[in-house]
Design a binder for this molecule. Sequence first.
Ligand code: PCA
Length: 211
Amino acid sequence: MVLLTGFVPFGGELINPSWQAVAALDGRLIAGHRVRAVQLPCEFESAPRALRAALRRYRPSLVIATGQAGGRAGLSLERVALNLIDARIADNAGLQPIDVPISPRAPLACLSTLPIKSALLALRDAGIEAEVSQTAGTFVCNQVFYVLMRALVRRPEVRAGFVHVPWLPAQAARHDGPGMALDTIVRGLEVIVETSLNTVADACAPAGAEC
Ligand code: PCA
């Protein structure tokens, strides 16, 4: 099966598009795989536990964790999970760790094992705005991404990664920033799941960035 995770609202928002989108895919059959959606708390202490419990419970063959990245215009296929927390705001439990590793003595970074380039091309073909992102930030999403990749380090056959999604239109209007319709986010995640299940070797296409 395919495990999708999304987050509860955080940072004063009333909704989190990541959860709304994966919840819409819960129970769906994609390329012969049943989709299960699990909601994660936006808390440094409990999110990794909830993720590990879901991995044990469902034994998925593909895992895509998702979260809200307000201010980004398209779906962000995250490339790198950093072993670092630097919380700009407190999490939903009131914790604000600054400059601490997620896992002491573990590697500084892990890379997504999703075929992010093939997914990028498939999203563009579907007319859905998307990019490969070189940073998932240093908050709870990056922590969950890092914990996910470490949990699967000895199971390379289980592909996993992280996708950030934009604000929904109503949130975007309040922030005067870019947004994306829920249907488009849902369709985009479906495209990423399909591509991840159907691709053996990732495409070779440029998606880097200059500074
Ligand atoms: N986005 C936050 C945490 C939860 C979410 O949906 C982040 O990008 O870290």
